[in-house]
Structure formats: structure tokens, C-alpha cells
Design a protein around this ligand. Structure first.
Ligand code: ADP
Ligand code: MG
Length: 498
């Protein structure tokens, strides 16, 4: 059955969207949350397990202190209060990837609560996301359904379970209902998760690789008649792990729910699944009364982080990505849109390293966003995969700044570096590309050009200064572009003035 959708603009004119995001991040600890099995991605199935990770009867969990520390780091970075004491709880449900029949999680006692995160939207404006809680839990294993379409269980001939992921530490960050996003709800949702991703990386708590599912979002969307009315019924689209996917899900749910409401229908409170084409399909109907029979985990003592420890962690937090971007934008004297392009191109760290190696911000930006961005595009690689280091780019710019290379020569030198001919100085040497700065060599070329075009020389003498361009051009050609055009012009004028 094809789904009726309302035009997006009309939908957000008639209804007020409210979002709720539950973001899971897998922590990059060496071992799992409650046992000593290695936390490694991509190993042979079922090799990274202990009796505890697969929940064998009688196996006892032990809390990973580094996992707790990382959860506190995340909580502090999101401006949360850190609980003086909190417990783990059993969330009981049956699924083959959860051998214990319960997930060790936290329920009404999260380690972090009541925070807020400011995000910066495409147009440079800010939006504050209210954070309800961040709690610790463990990941489940991974089911693979074989033989059906799209890896779904429907139509599969058999299913496989890999428990390597079972017990991997997770932190789940839950927002309060996000109100006031209006037509920008899709952008707000995706930007929030992107901002979190950057923070996880800056904190060093996770590689936060979306394509590996290190960061996954459950996307709740509801509509209401008016911004001051009661919240509408929400749907929850599970496990979306691309920014584009998040945007699409929010957009689609707004259009789908608006069509239902406008037709006098009711939105079902259900979990939904994002599809590759940007739509969502219905999963199970879910009520708030879903009973996981949470109860305190009897095999684990409460986690009571001392205030000293929390303050030590707070003091060790790095500069947050947004603050860093603001600082660098100022230091490098970039315009808002220049900085945004740099960030979107993933060039921030490369430019930062180039500046550390001695280049100015503007010159570093020019190389990475110009010549090097083109080279990366041609080769279909990312900027950091190019065979040139920030130090080499700084060295190249240094040669330009000292007058040994013109911009044009520098581009040729860069070609050589990218072709694997060595560092900038080595390429200058090998290709003989340095600017001819020796006046006597230049004067010889100037005299030759003047002698070859006596009529032009005459015009210049007669006051037609513009005619000097032809002589400068001839000299540049004779020196294969290796002369400084400004100096050549000066020498031409000196010569004809005699
Ligand atoms: P569940 O256990 O069903 O996932 P949670 O309380 O963990 O519920 O998370 C629900 C998410 O949806 C939270 O981010 C919450 O703020 C948000 N939310 C709650 N009610 C609504 C609503 N009516 N519309 C949109 N989002 C909502
Ligand atoms: Mg939830």
C-alpha cells in the first residue's frame, strides 16, 4: 500500500513537530562493560566472548571502571549532573541476540541527568537541545538473517547470532522533547547527532564511526496542532545510523503523520524502521506501558563516583569542538561561510596541523580547500588520504612566502609532491622550478625581448606603459614562468628609461 504524504511545507505550516532523540554510542574501551572479553570490531564471530558476555548461568559481571569514566566524560560534556550514586538495572526481554534474556542497563538511576547541548545550524544560528539523561548499558549481539530479502527475518531460511558485540559498553543519551524546531526539525535532528559524534571523538570515548554503527539514533517524532498544545502521539524509528537517514526519517514522519491527522485519523504509537529510500515502515505497536520489568541488578553494587573523581575528570575535558571552531575561525581570520566549508570538507584538522607547521590560516585554507580539494576529488579519496602532509603544505607555502616560488610554480611543485617525487624542496630541486631571482639572468632575458620587439620598446618609451605587458609576457615565457612578473616589469621600465 502506498503511503499518503502531505507536502512538507504545508505539513510544517499546519502542525508543530516535536522530536525526541535517543542516541547510543559504543565506547572505545579495551574490554567489555561487565567482563574481560576484548572490545574489538570485526573479529571472527563468537571469538570475543566470555561466559559473562553470553550470559552463561552463574557467570558474574564486574563493572568496567573506564566505561564509567567515559560515561561521566560524556555527561559532563553535555552539561549534566553526575549522580552521587546510581545502580544498574535489568531490562528484561527475549531476543536471540540477548542470551541472558535481560539487558544490563540503567532505568530510574542514570549516571548523568539534566543537561543541555547547544548546536549550530547551517545558517550559523544556535539551537539548544535539552538533555534528560545519559545512562550506561551494554550492547546486544548481532543477528544475521540469511536467505531473505534485505537481511530481514521475513523469508529467511535461517539466522545466525554473533555475540562479539554482546556486552560492548554503550552510553544512551536521551533528550527531553525537543520543541520549537518547526520546519527545521530534520536539520536540527541531524545536526544534534553530528555534534554528538564530534564530541565523542574529541572526548576520546569512541571512534564514533557511523558506518560501523558506533553511533545509532532512535528518532521520535510527533505532531501537534499548536506549539502550546499538548504533545501528540509519537513514533520511534529505530537505529538510524547516517545523518542523512536521520534527516529523511524526520521529514518523512512529519509528512506521513500530517496526512493521517489531516484526514481525521490517529497516529499509532509504534516503532518504525528506516528504509534505504528515506521512508519508514511500521514495526511493532508500542505502548508506554511496555513492561520490561526493570529491577535493580542484584549482581552489581551501586556506582558511586566520588566528587573528587568527577572533578578530576571535568578538569581533564578537552576543548569542545564548537568552542574550538569558534577559536580557530577567529585565529585564522576566516569568514563564517569559509569556516563552515572547511568543517564540511573535513579539512579542519589538516588546516590546524598546517598552521602548527608554520603556515598562516588563510594560506593553509587556500591549499586544502583549493588545489588539494580538487586533487582529492580527482582521485576520489579524502583529503587525509592524499600523499601530502600538512608539514609539506606548510613548507610549500613557506617557499612562496619567501619569494622562492610563485603561486603558479608552487602548484607545479605540489603536483610533483602528489606524484610521489618527494617533499617540496626536493621537487623544486629535481624539477628546477625555483623563481629566477637573479637580476642579471632576468636582465639578459629582458634585453633579448626588447631587441626582438623594437616597436613595442618604442611605444613604452613614448609613454604607453601598458605595452610593457608584451615584454613581460615574453620574459615569463623565456623563463618558463619562473620569473617574478613584478620584478620583470620593474626591470623592463628601468631598461627603457635609460
Ligand atoms: P522509550 O522507552 O519508549 O524509548 P524514552 O523515554 O526512553 O521512551 O524516549 C523517548 C524519547 O522521545 C525521549 O527523547 C523523549 O523526550 C521523546 N518524546 C517523548 N514524548 C514525545 C512526543 N510526544 N513527541 C516526540 N518526542 C517525544
Ligand atoms: Mg528508548
Amino acid at each position: 500500500m502506498s503511503q499518503t504524504l502531505m507536502d512538507y511545507d504545508e505539513a510544517v505550516r499546519r502542525y508543530d513537530p516535536v522530536l525526541g532523540l535517543e542516541v547510543h554510542v559504543e565506547l572505545g574501551t579495551a574490554t567489555k562493560m561487565f567482563d574481560a572479553a576484548p572490545n574489538i570490531f570485526g573479529a571472527q564471530p563468537n571469538t570475543m566472548v566470555t561466559p559473562t558476555s553470553v550470559g552463561l548461568p552463574g557467570a558474574l559481571p564486574v563493572v568496567n571502571a573506564r566505561g564509567v569514566e567515559y560515561a561521566i566524560r560524556i555527561g559532563l560534556a553535555l552539561g549534566c549532573e553526575i549522580a552521587e550514586s546510581c545502580r544498574f538495572a535489568r531490562k528484561n526481554y527475549f531476543y536471540p541476540d540477548l542470551a541472558k534474556d535481560f539487558q544490563t542497563s540503567q532505568s530510574d538511576e542514570p549516571i548523568a541527568h539534566d543537561g543541555a547541548l547547544e548546536i549550530e545550524l547551517e545558517d550559523g544560528s544556535f539551537f539548544t537541545i535539552p538533555i534528560e539523561r545519559a545512562h550506561m548499558e551494554e550492547d546486544a549481539g548481532k543477528n544475521t538473517h540469511v536467505g531473505g530479502a534485505d537481511g530481514r527475518i521475513e523469508g529467511a531460511s535461517h539466522s545466525l547470532v554473533d555475540y562479539n558485540r554482546a556486552g560492548v559498553p554503550l552510553v544512551e543519551i536521551v533528550t527531553r522533547p525537543i520543541e520549537g524546531a518547526g520546519a527545521r526539525a530534520p536539520e536540527v535532528a541531524a545536526t544534534y547527532v553530528r555534534t554528538l559524534r564530534d564530541i565523542f571523538r574529541a572526548l576520546g570515548v569512541s571512534e564514533a564511526r557511523m558506518e560501523r554503527g558506533n553511533v545509532r539514533a532512535d528518532v521520535n517524532v510527533s505532531l501537534r496542532e499548536s506549539p502550546d498544545g499538548p504533545l501528540g502521539t509519537r513514533t520511534e524509528t529505530k537505529n538510524v545510523n547516517t545523518f542523512r537517514g536521520i534527516e529523511q526519517v524526520v521529514r518523512y514522519e512529519i509528512q506521513r503523520q500530517a496526512a493521517i491527522l489531516a484526514a481525521g485519523g490517529e497516529v499509532l504509537q509504534e516503532t518504525r524502521h528506516g528504509q534505504a529510500d528515506g521512508t519508514t515502515r511500521a514495526g511493532r505497536v508500542k505502548s508506554d506501558a511496555d513492561d520490561y520489568r526493570y529491577f535493580p541488578e542484584p549482581d552489581l553494587v551501586p556506582v558511586a563516583p566520588s566528587r573528587e573523581w568527577v572533578e578530576t575528570i571535568r578538569a581533564s575535558l578537552p576543548e569542545m569542538p564548537a568552542a574550538k571552531r569558534r577559536r580557530l575561525k577567529k585565529e585564522w581570520q576566516l569568514a563564517d561561510d569559509e569556516m563552515r566549508d572547511v568543517v564540511n570538507a573535513g579539512a579542519l584538522e589538516l588546516i590546524e596541523a598546517t598552521v602548527l607547521a608554520g603556515s598562516s590560516g588563510q594560506s593553509a585554507r587556500k591549499w586544502w580547500m583549493g588545489e588539494l580539494a580538487r586533487a582529492a576529488k580527482d582521485r576520489e579519496v579524502s583529503l587525509e588520504e592524499l600523499p601530502v602532509s600538512p608539514e609539506q603544505v606548510a613548507e610549500l607555502q613557506g617557499l612562496v612566502d619567501s619569494g622562492r616560488l610563485t603561486d603558479k610554480l608552487a602548484r607545479q611543485v605540489l603536483d610533483g609532491v602528489l606524484a610521489g617525487e618527494g617533499g617540496p624542496s626536493a621537487v623544486v630541486e629535481a624539477r628546477g622550478l625555483e623563481v629566477v631571482s637573479d637580476d642579471s639572468a632576468l636582465l639578459a632575458a629582458v634585453d633579448e625581448a626588447l631587441a626582438a620587439q623594437p616597436d613595442v620598446a618604442e611605444k613604452i618609451r613614448g609613454g604607453k606603459v601598458k605595452a610593457a605587458g608584451a615584454i613581460v609576457g615574453a620574459v615569463m615565457k623565456a623563463t618558463r614562468g619562473q620569473a617574478d612578473a613584478r620584478r620583470v616589469r620593474e626591470l623592463v621600465m628601468e631598461r627603457v628609461a635609460r
